[in-house]
Design a protein around this ligand. Structure first.
Ligand code: HPA
Length: 235
């Protein structure tokens, strides 16, 4: 047990799929896993471990933002010996060239966050996901016929901004979209010698102002869930 996770060590699988929303973890467990067992409910951050086509996997919510995913991913890697975490989330597009529901595989993420500096003095503002994990995700995507955009994205600490400088981040760093968690996840994986990847579905577009409804999102996210689960079979 850790301060934030009540599961026994053996109750967590080596691979964790991590949506932001704990209710999405519940949805995945109930709709895709066999013999799913609820292994954490501290602070309502549900984690379930079960079988997907004979492969053991844990699905657990990360909460929103870097402090939250930073806590859960650190404890999973360090105290539960998790080898890899695949985050699945939504993102706001910084370019009109991305459509709602496009699926991104995050190769790099830029952030102005102090997460790395506070955690271990790292001044890096660009973090990378794991090459081999990304390879398996791309392999699974091509077998499923799902198109992936390989992307650099922006991990932000702030959702509601008085002055959004997203055009500058798009031009200067090539950030195609924004979310709020990858940077801390990739940092923790690097510090602890583990693997992390991130799949994102575009839920809104900051240029065109298009947005999805939560009902529509539920269906669209199925593509991303299935891709993450099929990737587990390759690990
Ligand atoms: N900003 C940050 N995180 C997000 C967004 C956004 O516009 N859309 C979905 N997650």
């Amino acid at each position: 047990m850790t301060p934030h996770i009540e599961a026994n060590k053996e109750d967590i699988a080596k691979t964790v799929i991590m949506p932001g929303d704990p209710l999405r973890a519940k949805f995945i467990a109930e709709n895709y896993l066999e013999d799913a067992k609820l292994v954490n409910q501290v602070r309502g951050m549900f984690a379930y471990t079960g079988m997907y086509k004979d492969h053991r996997v844990t699905v657990m919510g990360s909460g929103m933002g870097m402090p939250s995913i930073g806590i859960y991913s650190y404890e999973l890697y360090k105290e539960y010996d998790v080898d890899q975490i695949i985050r699945i989330g939504t993102a706001g597009a910084y370019t009109k060239d991305l459509n709602l529901y496009d699926l991104l595989l995050v190769q790099k993420c830029f952030s102005e966050s102090s997460y790395g500096r506070s955690q271990n003095g790292s001044e890096e503002m660009m973090k990378e996901s794991d090459f081999s994990l990304n390879f398996h995700i791309q392999e699974a995507a091509s077998e499923l016929g799902k198109h992936l955009t390989i992307a650099t994205i922006h991990s932000s600490d702030v959702f509601y901004k008085e002055n959004d400088n997203f055009q500058e981040l798009y031009q200067k760093y090539g950030c195609l979209a924004c979310e709020m968690e990858s940077f801390a996840l990739f940092h923790n994986a690097k510090v602890l010698g583990k693997k992390a990847a991130c799949l994102l579905t575009i839920s809104d577009n900051l240029v065109t102002k298009e947005e999805t409804t939560s009902i529509e999102r539920q269906t669209a996210l199925k593509d991303m869930i299935e891709l993450a689960l099929e990737t587990v079979l390759k690990l």
